[in-house]
Write a protein that binds this ligand. Structure first.
Ligand SMILES: Cc1cc2nc3c(=O)[nH]c(=O)nc-3n(C[C@H](O)[C@H](O)[C@H](O)COP(=O)(O)OP(=O)(O)OC[C@H]3O[C@@H](n4cnc5c(N)ncnc54)[C@H](O)[C@@H]3O)c2cc1C
Length: 393
């Protein structure tokens, strides 16, 4: 009988497992893969705040980032730069391995190759049913946390709702040629409803990828051949990997004896699809909620509801504004993206962003509002032309 069973040994599940184990709870992590760092689909770009939160081993950082180049469909580019490092590219499989290792050192037990198929909540405990190498197994605990990433049927089975809006990420490791900066491609033909990227990692290697709402395989192939034609990459070295990213939060992230955390709960930046930092922040909130609930022997839904209130208080505005920005962007065609790109370039936005007192890689709503305000002041009224079908008085 465990205090908590965590389903999924991604960064969120393992970080939470470590936290609870250090609070002396008996924790079991069930992971369907055979190892924590296996088959990862992620670029691994995180902020300083994120690194500080997990006290990441510096050896896992492959590159430090203080600038990025944003390219319009025509190839015109804008360079955004800050005087200090704003993001870090990390060895993403190693992050999973390190967090799982630390949780185990703190006392959490792990079972790999174990896919959870159902959770049955009872009055005094819950039962977790799993498929372990073809054998059915049953585990008992007081509580469970679903940290499965996006797409698991478990939240739906527990009547917690469904996330209907998502994008699909596709990525491949490539050889890069003279690339020293992150490049972001804003082009609805390359990455419909999303964007594409080329990110240098180390030793002339990099990650080429994109987010889109359909046909990720076809679009990744096209991206790679475009980058090859432009002599930015020489060949893709690894098989492509794919993963869906939720754009909205799960309607309900708690029930009797249950919490949902990380990507499974939709705790992801809708602007970029980045979910590591928000998931870890919510894992902190989940650990605090469970600790308090265990102490007063109340694991009921009404007690655990504070988890959702607290994480929505922290992230709600960001998720809302980020989703709005994403929706606005995906309505633009390439002609409009080109015009927006010109507008940003000609009205000093790169300079404005470079000089902002405060810039955060994780909290985008403030940056969006400040940039819009800057544009509203910078663009002369005569530049805003009425549509041609408006008859002037
Ligand atoms: C192409 C791409 C690029 C990305 N780049 C970035 C980036 O640069 N920065 C960033 O912050 N985020 C990025 N993300 C998002 C980031 O990868 C996720 O937000 C993050 O991994 C979420 O962590 P998690 O622990 O919630 O879920 P996951 O990392 O998905 O881990 C969930 C684990 O649960 C296991 N599991 C699932 N179902 C079961 C089951 N039934 N039983 C047992 N185990 C199960 C899975 O095997 C997995 O190991 C990217 C995503 C994609 C697709």
């Amino acid at each position: 009988m465990y205090n908590t069973i965590i389903i999924g040994a991604g960064p969120v599940g393992s970080y939470l497992a470590g936290k609870l184990a250090r609070l002396s709870y008996k924790v079991l992590v069930l992971e369907k893969k055979m190892a924590a760092g296996q088959d990862i689909c992620c670029t691994g770009i995180v902020s300083r705040e994120c690194l500080d939160l997990i006290h990441l081993d510096k050896g896992l950082i492959t590159r430090q980032v203080s600038s990025a180049r944003f390219l319009a469909p025509s190839g015109k580019s804008i360079r955004m730069q800050r005087s200090h490092k704003v993001a870090y590219i990390i060895d993403r499989p190693a992050l999973n391995t390190q967090l799982a290792g630390r949780a185990q050192e703190s006392g959490a037990s792990y079972l790999f190759g174990t896919q959870v198929t159902d959770i049955q909540v009872e009055t005094e405990r819950l039962q977790v049913l799993a498929n372990c190498g073809g054998q059915k197994r049953l585990f008992e605990a007081e509580t469970a946390v679903i940290a499965t990433g996006f797409g698991s049927p478990l939240p739906g089975r527990l009547d917690l709702g469904e996330i209907k809006d998502f994008v699909i990420g596709a990525q491949a490791e490539v050889n890069v040629v003279d690339l020293d900066e992150v490049e972001i491609y804003l082009d609805q033909k390359l990455a419909p409803s999303g964007f594409a990227w080329l990110v240098p990692t180390r030793d002339n290697r990099g990650l080429a990828g994109l987010l889109t709402n359909h046909q990720p395989e076809r679009h990744l192939k096209k991206l790679i051949s475009t980058l090859e034609t432009q002599d930015k990459i020489t060949s893709d070295r690894a098989a492509p990997v794919y993963g869906a990213i939720p754009l909205r939060p799960l309607p309900k992230t708690y029930a009797d004896r249950i919490l949902v955390a990380g990507e499974a709960a939709g705790q992801v930046k809708p602007t970029t699809g980045g979910g590591i930092y928000y998931g870890l922040l919510c894992a902190d909130i989940a650990a605090g909620t469970l600790d308090q609930a265990f102490k007063i022997h109340d694991l009921s839904e009404s007690r655990l509801a504070s988890y959702q209130k607290n994480w929505r208080d922290r992230l709600g505005k960001e998720l809302q504004v980020g989703y709005w920005a994403h929706r606005l962007y995906r309505k633009l065609d390439n002609r409009n993206i080109e015009r927006l790109h010109d507008l940003v370039s000609k009205n000093g936005v790169p300079q404005f962003v470079a000089e902002l007192d405060h810039f955060s890689f994780d909290w985008h709503s403030e940056l969006i509002f400040k940039t819009l305000k800057h544009l509203a002041i910078a663009i002369p009224a005569r530049a805003i032309k009425p549509p041609s079908n408006v008859v002037r008085a």
